[in-house]
Design a protein around this ligand. Structure first.
Ligand code: FE2
Length: 261
């Protein structure tokens, strides 16, 4: 597991903020309890030297849709330990949204009892920043038949229907899917933290090969992107869990610094 560092200038802040971005951990009943515990220990080991973390931002797919009680315990164990260092902000991915409602409620209850802040289409203040978590509708991930054809496009209108108008900036948006980046930027996000694509699963050099929607050579796979029209940035994590080839698991340490003029 690697720690990737990114420093991003942001308008409207007078001091620095360190956000540690974790995505797509995918605790699952398909991985053993011991393997999950080893993953937790590794994450904590990597995060320990990241002094002055202002918040951990978990951008979805903390658990897989194939889960059991042990999965929930592992998720709670991770956030309990992260919470000792800094607030933990969490937004849903497609896997959490695929859980039956009762299980999703159980997960939320377990995470909240460990002090996690769930950002389910809502915002909080973090110093001078506004951090918003976007829960996208399921039809941007799968169609009604469970397939990937004819998926809904993430538009600015869709973002607004989830979140309302963007009223507070500078703003950080936790949005599981990176596919709506131009729409998130039009909505008013200054920085988007995103995941979902797992770096393209197999990487050859700087190129990720496959998207979760089974498309080859997806546009967004990993790293820092800039929206040409608005100047908004998107930090896309390659994630931590699941199958990956030439594509190390990663934690992204994002340092936001005041804009230099
Ligand atoms: Fe996902």
């Amino acid at each position: 597991m690697e720690v990737r560092h990114e420093t991003i200038q942001m308008k409207g802040i007078r001091k620095g903020y360190r956000l540690v971005h974790l995505s797509d951990i995918h605790f699952s009943r398909l991985t053993t309890h011991e393997k999950n515990r080893e993953c937790i220990r590794e994450i904590l080991r990597k995060c320990r030297p990241l002094w002055n973390t202002c918040a951990f931002c978990i951008t979805g797919d903390l658990v897989s849709r194939k889960w059991n009680e042990a999965t929930l315990e592992d998720a709670a164990e991770l956030v309990k330990n992260l919470r000792k260092t800094a607030p933990v902000l969490f937004s849903f991915g497609n896997h959490e949204m695929d859980l039956p409602l009762a299980l999703r409620r159980e997960l939320v209850k377990a995470l909240q009892s460990e002090g996690v802040t769930l950002l389910h289409n809502r915002s909080i203040r973090l110093g001078e920043l506004t951090v918003t978590g976007l829960t996208l509708p399921k039809h941007v991930y799968r169609n009604a038949n469970g397939g990937y054809s004819g998926l809904s496009t993430i538009t600015q209108g869709m973002v607004e229907s989830c979140l309302g108008a963007c009223v507070a900036r500078p703003g950080v948006l936790l949005a599981h899917s990176p596919l709506g980046f131009p729409s998130y930027a039009q909505w008013g996000a200054d920085l988007v933290l995103s995941g979902h694509v797992h770096g393209g699963i197999v990487r050859i050099g700087e190129q990720g090969i496959l998207s979760p929607e089974r498309l080859f050579f997806p546009q967004y796979t990993k790293g820092l992107y800039t929206d040409a029209e608005t100047g908004a940035r998107m930090e896309l994590s390659a994630g931590i869990g699941k199958l990956r080839i030439h594509n190390p698991a990663e934690i992204v340490c994002v340092d936001l610094i005041p804009e230099m003029r």
